[in-house]
Design a binder for this molecule. Sequence first.
Ligand code: PGA
Length: 245
Amino acid sequence: MDILKVKNYEEMSKTAAEYIIKEVRQYPSIKLGLATGSTPVGTYKHLIEDHKSNGTSYKDVTTFNLDEYIGLSGNHPSSYRYFMNSILFDHLDISKKNTYIPSGVANDMEKECFDYERLLDRRAGIDLQILGIGSNGHIGFNEPGTSFSSKTHLVDLAQSTREANARFFSNLDEVPDQAITMGISTIMKSKEILLLVSGEAKSEATKQLLAGNIAEQFPASILRKHTNVKIIADKAALAEIRVHS
Ligand code: PGA
């Protein structure tokens, strides 16, 4: 794993955006894997600014999001579909039909999982996956203990995840108990992964990721087996690790 140490959240966001923009310009029909949460918001802001000022086009880009809450339709302000539309897609020239997010309200969720996995396989997978990490080591919504061979599946959210995400809801009770997420093997099929980590709250997880055992109890640890992972982490996230910058 390549680790790039940056000063702070802003520098992480700018560096990540520059990397993505370079890839999009070089491969206009790139397939991007996208993440939600607070970590990538700054990166997305830079993508929008660049699109507006330099005209980088997303008209041939396809995106696949990692996950969605069960029970929230795309119109729900706390759904990841709503989040992605309002924070990114609405501000780019991307065609919404090329933006895939698993549905949290499909009638048959088993089929939805199967179809999402098959869609990714049929489209020959993700070229560049943007990833965050939960303080418990989750990637996507793959909570500790998830099988490394998992495909897109339904998960029960860890209480710590529900609490961490309660800030996106009016109160904790409103945070769904379940989600649909790409599995760990699904994520590992991405040709390249860009992992963004910022803040002291992630320093324990970062240490565990870089120096702990590769174990299902810490899902992100599997990334050490991927051959093309770049980590952009800020000083605070790397506080417990010695890295040459
Ligand atoms: P965050 O979430 O970016 O909101 O910290 C990351 C994650 O849970 O994967």
